[in-house]
Ligand binder design. Sequence first.
Ligand SMILES: *Cc1c(COP(=O)(O)O)cnc(C)c1O
Length: 230
Amino acid sequence: MIKENLKQVLSIIEEAKKDSPYHQDVTLVAVSKTHPAEDIQEAYDAGIRDFGENKVQELMNKIDVLPQDIRWHLIGHLQRNKVKYIIGRTYLIHSVDSLRLAEEIEKESAKHQVVTHILVQVNVSKEESKSGIETEQAIDLIRAISEMKHVQVEGLMTIAPEDENPENVRCYFRMLKKLSLDIDALNIDNIFMNFLSMGMSGDFVVAINEGSNLVRIGTKIFGARDYSNM
Ligand SMILES: *Cc1c(COP(=O)(O)O)cnc(C)c1O
């Protein structure tokens, strides 16, 4: 089932790319949170190497029992006291949204003598319930992080509001793309806009149309999540 789902998602991604004016490559991050390691192995065997988790403990448990060449993406809210556990183990942290969190990542990365690659999460829709820094404050945060030797900004991430009609959230993807172009134009030292992480199961086609090159898809690959025994 996972294999068939993947095939379908990858072909929809290919179609969506044709409608993007940016002609970007798109990487699929298979969001495996709440799903067992066997499901991840199945997706891995089908060729997927990028997986997304939103909890540090769950990520750690899975890293130990799965192939070492998996690129792990931490996509959920990250508490500062958990940073020390994951330094050196992630390919990309998508959810950095405050200076204090970035400083903690810098401190722990320096300790381990590694550079940690991150995205800045922006709350473009200004939804109360969403984490992410406000659009107006994103550039100040990025300037501050640019001074850090062990934290490397690779781009931006956003989560669109839930909406049955993805057309209603197109504007937020467009806003994040614009912000990434604006930041790129500032040519800040040590800051890259290589990744634009936007689009989930319900809205990834629209996100790709608007320039996303990193989509985070769970339900459409692994099925509905069951939180009852978490
Ligand atoms: C769970 C999650 C996803 C995947 O959501 P689906 O709707 O299942 O595709 C993507 N991004 C983040 C940040 C998530 O927490």
